[in-house]
Design a protein around this ligand. Sequence first.
Ligand SMILES: Nc1ncnc2c1ncn2[C@@H]1O[C@H](COP(=O)(O)OP(=O)(O)OP(=O)(O)O)[C@@H](O)[C@H]1O
Length: 406
Amino acid sequence: MGEPSAAERDPAGVPEPGPPGGPARALERAPEREPLGGTPRGALGEPPRGALGEPPREPLGEPARASADAPLDDDPAPLDDDPTPLDDDPAAVAPVGDSVIATRGLTKRYRGGQLAVDGLDLTVPAGSVFGFLGPNGSGKTTTIRMLMGLIEPTAGTVRVLGRPMPRAARTVLPQVGALIEGPALYGFLSGRDNLLRYDAADPTADPRTRRARVAAALDRVGLAAAAGKKAKAYSLGMKQRLGLAAALLRPRRLLVLDEPTNGLDPQGMREIRTLIRELAADGTTVFLSSHLLDEIEQVCTHAAVMAQGRLVVQGAMADLAAGARARLAVTTPDTAEAARVLKELGVADVTADGDRVTGEPPGRDLAEVTAALVAAGVRVRGLTVERASLEDAFVALTGEGFDVAG
Ligand SMILES: Nc1ncnc2c1ncn2[C@@H]1O[C@H](COP(=O)(O)OP(=O)(O)OP(=O)(O)O)[C@@H](O)[C@H]1O
């Protein structure tokens, strides 16, 4: 079969660009930093991403192989393997301990001057479904492209599966499945043939097991029945699942998914989320970026929040939800007296609104607080510590709104 021409490729095959775990970790709030001084890309009149900025997209868009074969975007990264002899042997990837991805001081300034990622310290625990959350333009895709060795950091380090990137790309990437900015497909080929062709382009893939691996991957993503259909007849959700199947053609220790549900209808989103949960249940660490809070809430065990290129917070979901902005709330007709008593008890940030008085949760037993209020003649109708929703917490942390509806 000859190489398809550009005209033969399905232009509609690329979906519109835009999505369980480790032990609970303490909430790590990133230190405050100076505001970014970068210039927005648009302001400099640079071409949009995808014109010049993107690496050439391989069929089905897996960056793993693209990173090894294709020229790199922006500052080309040296692709020499890590000089240690271990790197030639995929089985010899160093044990990763608790973290599958670790970045330290990771920084990317694009040529136009845009500081897209600023001093990122990210730690992704093994076995987690890690949500990488942030509004559009907060640096998620740039970070993912550095993780995959597609672009060279301006400063800082990246370790994936315990190895330095991009130096150990050839060792690491075969163990990483990735779906970045939607799969690129050949519309005139069936889903099965897309995967066969894709696998055949991978020099490290075993041709003897190809058909079986393709069938298993199609089955895995629920496309076995539609395997013979041309990809251009696939719905967006099916195309996205085919992209995932490409990432699953061999066992992976890590899946990196950039906005995997972007552009999908609710049913398609549910299917992808279910698949992610299943993959995670099998022990694969999943790193997924999203600007959708509820998506992160539904599938992730851990999350990091980005804003303007900086890490705002990262940790286990339970800690993020519990620790972010709990409030003591007293419901009473005697708000002025209740506020006075609470302040006397050392409750900070006391505010009265209607028949409610709220404040920071006190570091003492709530029974003591109730007793003090009652002793002062306050008619207490309700006293509780309210957990903020994740949305409240994240918006408070980032200081800006999220496009929650997508
Ligand atoms: N190739 C590039 N050249 C110059 N600036 C870029 C390039 N790619 C991204 N940027 C800029 O870097 C910043 C971070 O962009 P990035 O795409 O990483 O964010 P994101 O969180 O993934 O957002 P989105 O969800 O919109 O893709 C933005 O200000 C963006 O305009």
